[in-house]
Structures are given as C-alpha cells and as structure tokens.
Design a protein around this ligand. Structure first.
Ligand code: NAD
Length: 698
C-alpha cells in the first residue's frame, strides 16, 4: 500500500514517499501526497516542507503498474500534485537520493528548492518509451540547466549523477552526506527569508540567437539518428517552447505528449518495455523459488564464445575459472580477453586499475579439477555431441553437488547433453550470442528435467550481468536461430527471383533492421549457414533451400573474414561494397535453374522476410517452445537488431492484423516458385486469423 509518512523536524514537515519498489506516483500516492502537502500547509507548527523518498531512492516516476489502466489518467494527476507543491504557501524542498527519474524529477522541479546526494541519478527517460516528459519537464529543466544540457538529458533519456550538474541552477546544494539535514536547513532558510523560488518564473539562460542555432543542430542530429522516432523531435519542439511563455509551453508539451501516446512507435516501445519484464516470469517457477548463490563461475573452452562469456562475469566482479584442453588455445583466449579490455581502456571506458582487477579475477587452467569449487560451469567447447559428452561426463565427475552445469550449444539437444550426467535437473542451456560480452540477449534453455531452482538462479544471474534473458524450450535453433533460418531462406529466394543482395539489405534496413541479412551473413561467416544447410539437405530434405549461397561458399567467399562474401571488402575495412563478380554469379545461377529475373518490390522483400519470422514464431508458440508472444519479440529486439519502435515481429504482425497476415501468406504460397509448404499459415496463426485475435491476446 502506498504511504506518505509525515514527521516534524524543528518546524519542518518531512514527508516521505513510500510506495515500493520505486516510490512511483500512482493514483493513491498522488492523492496522499496532496493531502500531506495540504495538511503541512495548514499546520501552524510547520514553517517549511521537505519531500523525500523511503528506501533506496527518491522516486522512479510514474507507477508503471498503472500503464494503460484507468488509474493512470484518474484525478488527481501528477500535474495537480506539482501545482499544489509549487503554489504551497510554505516552501517545499525536494531531498533527492538514489534515483530521481521521470515524474520524480518533474515533481522536484516544481518544488521551491532541491538538494541532492552527489551520486543520485537524475534523468527523464520518457523518449525511451517513445514519449516526452509530460509534467513540465521540458519547460522547467531548460530554465534550470540551460538548453544544451536539458536537451542532452531529455533527448537521450539517459540518467546522470547529480554531482555532474553541481554548478547549474538545478540544485541548491549537492552534498555527499546528511541529505535531510541539508534539505531541512535550506527549507528553514527559505521560510525565514519568505522566499518560494519557482523555476517557472525564470527565463532560459541561453541567448536567443544561439538558442535557435542549437535547436536546429539538435533537430538535425535527431532526424539523422532516429529517423522514424517522432518522440525525439517532438521533445526538441517542446524544449524550444521553453524559450517563450511558461503556460503556453506547458500546453504544447501536453499536446505533444498525447500525440506521441497515440503513435505506433510509442505503443511498440512500451510493449518492449513490458515484454522485457514479462520475460523474467517463468511458467512453473514461482517468484519465491529459492536461488542458489553464484560466487565462482567456471567456463570450459576459451574460443570465440568462452572468452566473451567469461568477461560477463568478470565485469560483474565474479571470479572465473577458465579451462581449456590445449595450452595455446588457453593463451589465445586469455590474450583476446585482455585485448578486449585494453580496447575499452583506450576508449576511456575502463581504467588501467580496473582492467588489472578484472584480469586478476580470471583463473586459467588446463585441469578440470580446477572447476571443483565452482557454483556454475558454462561449457563452450566445439559444437559436437561427442565432445559435449566427454566434457559433461567429466564435469559430472568433478563438479560439487548443487553446481549448475550450463551448455552454450546453439543447435544440439540439451536433453541429450543433460543425460550425459547423473544430475539432469542441474543442467540448463545458456545460449549467449556473439560477441558474448556485448550482445544483450541470453536464451536460457529449459531442458525436460531442468529444476525450477536452477532456472530461477540463471534468470537472476542473467540480470546481474546485464543480460536480457528469455526462456526457450529445447528445439533445433531454439527461438531466435530457428526463426532466423526461414528469414535467411526467404532472403536467398528473393535474390534468386530477381532482387539483388543490396536491394534486400537496403529494404530491410530502411524498414528499421539494424543490418540486412546479407551484410549480417558476411559478418557472421557464410560458412556457418553452409554447414547447417548441408546437414538440412540430409535431415530435412522436404525443406526447400536456394543453392545460390552454396555456390558463393564454394568460391571461398565466407564474408568479412575472407575479404569477400555477398559483398567485397577492402583490406582492413568492414564497408560492404557491391561486387560485379557476385552479380555475375547470381545471373549464372538464375540461368542454370531456369529463372527469369523479375522486379521485386521493397514491400515484398520486407513482408516475405518478416512474415517468415512470424509464421515460424507461430509454430514455436504452438509447440510451447516460447512461453508467450512477447518473449519472441524480446529475442528479436535484444539479439537480432529488430527496431524497438516496431516492437518485435509479433507486435508488427498484430499491428497488420492476423487476418491480413494470414491472407498475405496464402498469396506468397500461390506465387510461382513460392514455398507453398512453408507459407501455409501455422495453425496458431490461422486460429488467430479466424477469430480476428492478436498474438499478444494469447
Ligand atoms: P571455438 O571453436 O571458437 O572454441 C571452442 C574451444 O573449446 C576451443 O578453444 C577448444 O580448444 C576448446 N575445447 C574443445 N574441446 C575441449 C575440451 N574437451 N575441454 C576444454 N576445451 C575444449 O567455438 P565457439 O564458436 O566458441 O563455440 C563454442 C560453443 O558455443 C559451441 O557449442 C557453439 O555452438 C556455441 N555458440 C557459438 C556461437 C558463435 O557465434 N560462435 C554463438 C552461440 C553459441
């Protein structure tokens, strides 16, 4: 239950917001704060008021549990609370610690004074939800910080420590300790002087000419960096209005806020925000499931993945035992980890001292016995079931009781791997993405026998190392790569039929994907897909593949690592350059299989590639491999460069409408050369289409 505690401290009413977990301004909290402010104003013993937050923070802003519910827009609104504080007959001072974000910061801006602990994080993150600060943030913050710094905060959505804003008019004082003492002293001083300074009465400090120039430059950057996200530009427009009349600016801010609330981009970004939180809830794993402590991690294999996996734990201060089969592989792995850290140090992201501290946490070994004390051991050896068998049998022999044994396999059957041990309940998949120290996504693979405790522990740990974890059941490719295979297949067919790799990449990148499929394949290595296809030709002869990519690989064009793939690369450069040799190869291939090239529209490219993701996702839902549609969206948002402002493949499908998506798939099935078997809408999707329902209703 939200509460506002009130106590008297020598003439100052100290009001403490108490609404765990983030002291959010939900309806009840808004009501209680107004009542507490009114009561303090009416109390003759009170000369001034200090508002602070209970626990670790001041306030995280809006109460997200109210998003989309009637309470969110019910009276009193946050703006009303701000009005009451700003017009209080007694000075109101905000005492800020921990975090002060969004509506929390906007509230403090309406107070008559602000005191913060130097380490308190302040920010207005609304643009990350496709919105802008809607309670005066765009009007008061520029008056307190000047245009440039206000724009930095509002347009980036990033939080900064209060200590960095020390010299600006935002804070009356930034202190290192005794926050409440300093806030009460300021409140008393203001009461004594009879002052209630209001930011709304200040003018933005920038000179008008320079201000216009700055705004134009920022608009230019926002247009370039976020071409399809209206929130940034609207936020700049709202900030621009702070140069004029305060009330007019407030009106524009309000108007723009509600305009953004209705955009598909904001809808998608809010969906992504909730999808990330929903992914942490696992079927059959109650929130109070005990978790095991993970104080020491083992990693087996120091190749491409092992080193990056180890870095995740070192970065979080968890020591890692890194075990290899061969001395030179171990040395190479260690050198790569060090080189990565040195790279960060060169860019100023890591101090020399911190670098050495992290390296000191790494304990290399050629002996499996060194893994005996580990709480979690992540295997990242060759993708070969016999090698995995050997490793897991040895891990089973050396690992202590209760240790979690994880495999980073991308394609092998986790249940088979678990069966190599006498403790399948302790075996889980931790599918990291390359580069493992950078990519945000972690697919947590739940085997038949994986225990709830092991799952809960891995999910908790994932959060601790900054990963977005999504649970997948056991199947070939898990959620992400299983879907990607069909996306890639479609991209190849489109080229077979008449598009160029450049057109396919450009169409999907213009649509919002971070990287088109051919550039991505050149980056990852075309030989990886080739190896998978060769297996498929034997295992799944019924699935159609274009053989064009095989011809490319037969020429040794594996991508960036060989200087040539679907594109050519100049030595030392990653820039993908069109290559007439590839054009000739494609022409010859079409000729050989008797295809006459046709014009393929960008729309068809996008629809066939994205709908391929959607149809396979529907099968994944049907099989229970993914727990919910939003988990699938999260996999694509966190691991495959899917644009957050489109919300993920299934949100996009929902926005098009299930009926129309299924109808379009049937059109693709009927196209000459179309893959009719694949395009038959999956039963799950067909069911939604029949009911006019959405993926996210289920
Ligand atoms: P890699 O070939 O780069 O590295 C494997 C390392 O394991 C080698 O250094 C090898 O010496 C070592 N090794 C082999 N047998 C061993 C043993 N018995 N004991 C100790 N060490 C041993 O391979 P990688 O690309 O890092 O892939 C490792 C695993 O991660 C595979 O299961 C792969 O499917 C998976 N994976 C790879 C990627 C990727 O993009 N490379 C992405 C996700 C998952």
């Amino acid at each position: 239950m939200p509460k506002v505690h009130s106590r008297l401290d020598a003439g100052v009413a100290v009001l403490t917001l108490d609404n765990p977990p983030v002291n959010g301004f939900g309806l009840e909290q808004r009501r209680l704060l107004i009542e507490a402010l009114d009561a303090a104003a009416a109390d003759p013993q009170v000369r001034a008021i200090v508002v602070t937050g209970a626990g670790q923070l001041f306030s995280g802003g809006a109460d997200i549990r109210e998003f989309g519910k009637p309470e969110m827009v019910a009276s009193p609104h946050l703006l009303d609370v701000l009005q009451v504080a700003e017009h209080s007959p007694k000075p109101v001072v905000a005492a800020i610690h921990g975090t002060c974000m969004g509506g929390g910061l906007e509230f403090s801006l309406a107070c008559h004074g602000r005191v913060a602990l130097a380490g308190a994080l302040v920010g207005l993150p609304e643009v990350k939800l496709g919105l802008l600060p809607g309670s005066g943030g765009t009007q008061r913050l520029p008056r307190a910080l000047g245009l440039a710094r206000a724009l930095d905060l509002i347009v980036s959505g990033e939080a900064v420590p209060a200590g960095q804003l020390r010299e600006a008019a935002l804070f009356d004082a930034v202190v290192d300790e005794d926050l409440l003492g300093a806030a009460c002293a300021l409140a008393r001083r203001l009461a004594h002087a009879g002052e209630r300074p209001r930011l709304r009465e200040l003018a933005v400090p920038d000179a008008p000419g320079a201000a216009q120039e700055l705004l134009a430059a920022r608009r230019e950057v926002a247009r370039r960096q976020y071409p399809r996200q209206p929130a940034r530009l609207h936020a700049i427009d709202a900030v621009a209005a702070s140069l004029g009349d305060f009330d007019a600016g407030m009106e524009l801010e309000r108007w723009l806020f509600f305009a953004l609330l209705a955009t598909p981009e904001s809808h998608a970004m809010r969906h992504a925000f909730f999808a990330e939180r929903a992914a942490a809830h696992l079927r059959g794993v109650p929130a109070d499931t005990p978790v095991r402590p993970v104080r020491l991690v083992g990693v087996v294999g120091a190749g491409t993945m092992g080193g990056g996996i180890a870095m995740n734990f070192l970065n979080a201060g968890i020591p890692v035992v890194l075990v290899e089969a061969r001395q030179e592989a171990l040395e190479r792995g260690l050198a790569t980890v060090r080189a990565n850290y040195e790279n960060s140090a060169r860019r100023g992201r890591l101090s020399a001292q911190e670098l050495e501290k992290r390296m000191a946490l790494l304990r290399p070994s050629l002996d499996f016995e060194a893994l005996a004390p580990c709480d979690l051991i992540v295997e990242a050896v060759f993708e070969d079931l016999q090698v995995k068998r050997e490793v897991f049998e040895r891990l089973d022999a050396v690992a202590r009781e209760g240790a979690i044994l994880a495999s980073n396999t991308s394609t092998l059957d986790l249940d088979a791997i678990a069966a190599f041990t006498r403790r399948p309940a302790d075996v889980v998949g931790m599918h990291f993405f390359s580069p493992a120290n950078v990519m945000r996504l972690l697919e947590v693979v739940r085997g038949k026998a994986t225990s709830p405790e092991v799952l809960a522990t891995v999910m908790r740990l994932a959060r601790g190392i900054g990963k977005t974890a999504v649970v997948s059941g056991v199947c070939d490719g898990f959620i992400g790569n299983r879907m990607l295979e069909h996306y890639g297949r479609m991209a190849h067919f489109l080229v077979e039929e008449g598009a160029s790799p450049q057109q396919v990449d450009r169409a999907l990148e213009d649509w919002g994907m971070a990287m088109g499929p051919f550039r991505m394949s050149d980056l990852a290595g075309n030989d990886i897909g080739w190896a998978i296809r060769k297996r498929r030709y034997v295992d799944k002869p019924q699935v159609r593949y274009s053989r064009l990519a095989d011809r490319l690989c037969e020429l040794g064009r594996f991508g960036q690592k060989t200087g040539a793939g679907w594109y050519r690369y100049e030595s030392g450069s990653r820039e993908a350059l069109p290559d007439p040799e590839v054009d000739a190869l494609i022409r010859q291939y079409r000729h050989d299989i008797g295809v006459r090239a046709r014009a393929v529209s960008d729309r068809e490219i996008v629809e066939r590639c994205i709908y391929a993701l959607v149809n396979e996702a529907a099968r994944i839902l049907e099989e229970g491999i993914a727990q919910r549609a939003s988990d699938i969206d999260m996999v694509y948002l966190a691991g495959y460069g899917f644009p957050v402002w489109r919300g993920g493949p299934l949100l996009w499908a929902d926005m098009q409408g299930s009926y129309m998506v299924a109808r379009r798939m049937r059109e693709f099935a009927a196209q000459p050369g179309g893959d009719a078997a694949f395009w038959e809408p999956a039963p799950w999707l067909a069911g939604l289409a029949a009911r006019g329902a959405r993926f996210h209703d289920t």
